[in-house]
Design a protein around this ligand. Structure first.
Ligand SMILES: Cc1cc2nc3c(=O)[nH]c(=O)nc-3n(C[C@H](O)[C@H](O)[C@H](O)COP(=O)(O)OP(=O)(O)OC[C@H]3O[C@@H](n4cnc5c(N)ncnc54)[C@H](O)[C@@H]3O)c2cc1C
Length: 204
């Protein structure tokens, strides 16, 4: 069995978090560690990802989803975009920052924008307690959310999806069905998300 554990706090070792996690789940108690592997995941893209003769891709460009730490999907997408720019620069024999800036532009529209939104969502989720996050995940597993996701894109690329969330009747009903103690946090999240939507100029 594989168990993944992540920490947003660099002072907390995932190994130290793993032990109480195993203790909390009776079927995992006493499990033997066969192999441990891990690493740092960068979730913040630099201001620019193109320089003369240099193009940053995937982890080097910080193209990891801030909500999950997953970087494979965005990395493959970035690789496709960078390949186009590399081919075109090789054909023209020009490798200046401005000749390569096409990658920065397309990456900005397709990947950076989603990462910025992902960061906003991450900040919102960090304000919740682990129990509240668990409760929210039960909503994400519900058919109403799954339908919304199918119709409005992809949880990996949340811009459109989250813009629709607060106007979807079935999803709102599922959120209201969460424990009343969570309602103040949900209202705060809704207000925060509306602010982000305005500042990021997302569609209503
Ligand atoms: C513990 C962990 C779990 C993860 N789980 C997931 C997951 O479930 N889903 C997901 O989508 N993402 C996950 N990620 C993130 C994902 O692995 C990375 O975002 C993705 O692999 C980045 O791809 P990359 O090509 O940029 O870098 P890498 O996959 O790290 O590839 C870089 C390569 O360069 C090599 N290299 C380094 N320095 C040199 C050098 N000087 N010369 C030659 N070669 C060199 C390295 O050996 C490595 O093979 C996880 C990351 C970690 C650390």
């Amino acid at each position: 069995m594989k168990i993944g554990i992540g920490s947003a706090d660099s002072s907390l070792s995932p190994r130290r978090l793993l032990e109480p996690f195993l203790e909390r789940h009776s079927h995992l108690r006493g499990a033997q560690f066969l192999r441990l592997q891990g690493g740092v995941i960068s979730v913040a893209p630099p201001e620019s990802i193109t320089y003369t003769r240099i193009l940053l891709v995937s982890d080097a460009a910080g193209s990891v989803k801030p909500t999950s730490g997953g970087g494979i999907h965005t990395g493959i997408l970035s690789a496709k975009l960078v390949a186009r720019t590399v081919v075109s620069s090789l054909e023209r024999g020009v490798f200046t920052k401005s000749a390569l800036s096409d990658y920065d532009r397309t990456w900005g529209a397709q990947v950076r924008r989603e990462l910025v939104i992902g960061r906003a969502l991450r900040h919102m989720l960090l304000n919740l307690t682990p129990k509240q996050v668990d409760a929210l995940l039960t909503v994400i597993g519900k058919p109403s959310f799954q339908t919304l996701e199918r119709e409005n894109g992809d949880f990996d690329f949340p811009a459109r999806l989250f813009s629709r969330l607060l106007t979807s009747g079935p999803v709102l009903r599922a959120l209201v069905a969460l424990p009343p103690a969570m309602w103040p946090s949900l209202v705060r999240m809704a207000v925060q998300w509306r602010r982000y939507r305005v500042s990021l100029a997302l569609p209503a």
